[in-house]
Design a binder for this molecule. Structure first.
Ligand SMILES: [Zn+2]
Length: 210
């Protein structure tokens, strides 16, 4: 279980969860500016099954590209990782049901994108020892939480009292309306503070190899 990446470098990591709103502007930005990014896809959001929660909202691009959108992100260099099939609070589920959520999502992403996830992010950050066991059993090498969330407008909501970025911070965004605009604001803000954007997989590989 990892929530920030151990490093002394001024580097932070961007992650985006769920997948309701699929704005093509974000893909262009990531591709054109070669922004390192890791996405955590949740089946029901990507396939626009049921009603979007507040992270998807009443937006323009809900379910617009389905898995094609994530293939484009992958082609732009962003690994697509596991965020369950239906976004349950895993702590309320027995092991077998947790395993169905995790393995089912990994199988589906493998089928749709050609590569199975190596990372898992639990919905709401809620997990227990069964979750860690299920993640391992479904082929994932780490469970990744986050250290700060990014609100609409690109505002960073810190979990630390001094409200500053720290080396190795993992920022959490959602695929929601106006993400392309918020993303631009956020990237500028991070660079202005002297931080670079890191390649999560490369840093994790180095961390896990230790
Ligand atoms: Zn989520």
């Amino acid at each position: 279980m990892i929530s920030s990446i151990p490093t002394k470098r001024k580097v932070v990591f961007l992650t985006i969860d769920d997948g309701w709103e699929q704005d093509p502007g974000l893909v262009r930005q990531v591709r054109d500016q070669r922004i390192p990014l890791t996405v955590f896809a949740m089946r029901d959001a990507v396939e626009a099954k049921g009603t979007p929660d507040q992270s998807g909202g009443q937006a323009r691009f809900v379910g617009a590209g389905k898995w094609d959108y994530f293939r484009e992100l992958r082609d732009a260099g962003s690994p697509v990782e596991n965020h369950t099939l239906t976004h349950p609070d895993l702590r309320t589920l027995p092991y077998a049901a947790q395993r169905r959520e995790l393995c089912g999502a990994s199988r589906l992403i493998g089928k749709e994108l050609g590569a199975r996830p190596t990372l898992f992010r639990p919905p709401y950050g809620s997990y227990n020892t069964d979750t860690l066991r299920a993640a391992k059993s479904c082929g994932m090498s780490a469970v990744l939480l986050w250290t700060a969330t990014v609100q609409p407008g690109g505002k960073i909501a810190y979990q630390v009292p001094d409200k500053q970025l720290r080396p190795g911070d993992v920022l959490l965004l959602h695929f929601r309306p106006n993400l392309a605009r918020d993303f631009r604001v956020l990237v500028k803000k991070i660079k202005r503070r002297g931080y670079e954007l890191g390649n999560l997989q490369a840093y994790l590989d180095a961390t896990l190899a230790r």
